[in-house]
Write a protein that binds this ligand. Structure first.
Ligand SMILES: Nc1ncnc2c1ncn2[C@@H]1O[C@H](COP(=O)(O)OP(=O)(O)OP(=O)(O)O)[C@@H](O)[C@H]1O
Ligand SMILES: [Mg+2]
Length: 396
């Protein structure tokens, strides 16, 4: 069928045509907004899960809900690269200034808020973000100590109560939160903790890999109590069906029962795979009904697309030694491998693998579901490696 009206949207952070199966999370966010309106305390929300399950699009949905409620919103993203530390700070400074610009235009812009903006300006300057002229001066002696933990807390202390009086709140949205460096992370957690104690409407909403809850707890022991943690996983049967049916149905296209169950089986309910197969099925089918044969070709074509993009995006970042580690893991299924077994397979002591393991953890290719175990953060990665990279490169 005509590709130019293909409704599916496989891709990192690409909004799906219909965000299905996440009503509980959407409601949880609405509850924070409603309680904040009544000046009642809530925890922020942390979404964690494997690659491609839809954490980013859900976090973006939260952001939209916050904007609709006239919140002061700031978005940042962690990055595991060497420059990630600077980039995250810079983004925070810039995003704060952008939020200020929006605030100045809003009907909620009060005198009290105006005076809080000087603190934001000081903070942004201390992060090295050259400030555009917003027509207000930095507040000397506020948020300019150069110690991010102190400075960020002062921003919240000045801004959040003023926002509260204007019936608004401060929402900080952090994607790939496991990659925020520890200094910035602990500053943010400290501010969230303080805000909770003081009743200031400041909330962090984070998304990241399965390692995120333990990264947060390692940074601040009270992190466990700061957030509502929600594991985001594959969609259940009925939501997976809806993810395929609803977008096609709007355009008058249906699936055969067999075709539907073939795609559902192949996808395992993973949103990224559903979008990929749905897109391929749409392009392949030449009638307004997607048949079993279309579905089978779509799965083959979709897998080829995943093998070109989704999987290599992680594989290509691994060094030859790390690839051997991943190969040794690929003999096991999604539940992961015991680290001792990987060492046995590679015929080396476990300690010889600790550098490769650590580096793969930092790159976010694997995570440790429990002590002594390691698993892929990417669903289907083990099968991809068996399919495409069973042989060693001979480079190690
Ligand atoms: N609830 C959903 N219903 C249908 N499709 C979805 C849903 N959530 C996500 N998707 C689709 O799945 C794909 C992956 O989404 P997203 O990038 O948000 O995942 P992620 O968990 O952030 O992945 P990563 O860990 O790699 O950043 C996108 O193509 C998106 O459109
Ligand atoms: Mg994401």
């Amino acid at each position: 069928m005509r590709p130019e009206i293909n409704p599916y949207s496989p891709g990192s952070g690409l909004n799906p045509p219909d965000l299905v199966g996440r009503q509980a999370e959407i409601d949880a966010f609405d509850l924070v907004v409603a309680r904040s309106r009544g000046r009642r305390a809530s925890r922020g929300i942390v979404l964690h899960g494997l690659r491609g399950v839809g954490k980013t699009v859900l976090l973006n949905r939260f952001l939209l809900q916050a904007e609709n409620a006239d919140w002061f919103t700031v978005e940042i993203e962690g990055s595991a690269t060497d420059s990630g530390r600077e980039v995250a700070r810079h983004k925070l400074g810039r995003a704060l200034l952008l939020a200020v610009r929006r605030l100045q235009r809003s009907k909620h812009f009060t005198e009290e808020l105006k005076s809080a903006l000087g603190t934001v300006k000081s903070f942004s300057l201390s992060l090295g973000v050259a400030s555009v002229d917003f027509g207000f001066d930095q507040t000397k002696g506020r948020a300019d100590s150069g110690k991010i933990e102190i400075d960020f807390e002062e921003v919240i202390e000045d801004l959040a109560p003023a926002l509260q009086k204007a019936s608004s709140a401060f929402g900080l949205f952090i994607d790939e939160m496991q990659d925020i460096d520890d200094e910035l992370l602990s500053a943010l957690l400290t501010a969230q903790h303080k805000a909770g104690q003081k009743g200031w409407p400041f909330y962090i909403f984070g998304a990241g890999l399965p390692s995120l809850p333990s990264v947060l707890s390692a940074s601040r022991s009270y992190a466990e109590r700061l957030f509502t943690y929600r594991q985001i996983g594959a969609l259940d049967f009925s939501a997976s069906r809806e993810a395929l049916l609803i977008p096609a149905g709007r355009l008058g296209v249906e699936y055969d029962v067999d075709a539907m169950s073939e795609i559902l089986d192949a996808s395992g309910g993973y949103p990224y795979f559903l979008q990929t197969y749905g897109q391929a099925a749409w392009d392949i089918a030449d009638e307004k009904i997607i048949h079993l044969s279309d579905a089978r070709s779509a799965i083959a074509e979709g897998n080829a697309a995943l093998d070109m993009g989704f999987f290599p995006a992680r594989w290509d970042r691994a060094t030859p030694t790390e690839r051997n580690y991943l190969r040794a893991m690929s003999a096991d299924e999604e539940s992961g491998s015991r680290t001792a077994v990987i060492a046995e397979r590679l015929r080396v002591p476990t300690s010889a693998l600790s550098t490769a393991r650590q580096s793969l953890l930092e790159k976010g290719v694997v995570y440790s579901p429990e002590r002594g175990r390691i698993a892929f953060t990417v669903p289907g990665m083990a099968a991809f490696i068996r399919r495409q990279h069973a042989d060693t490169d001979g480079l190690e």
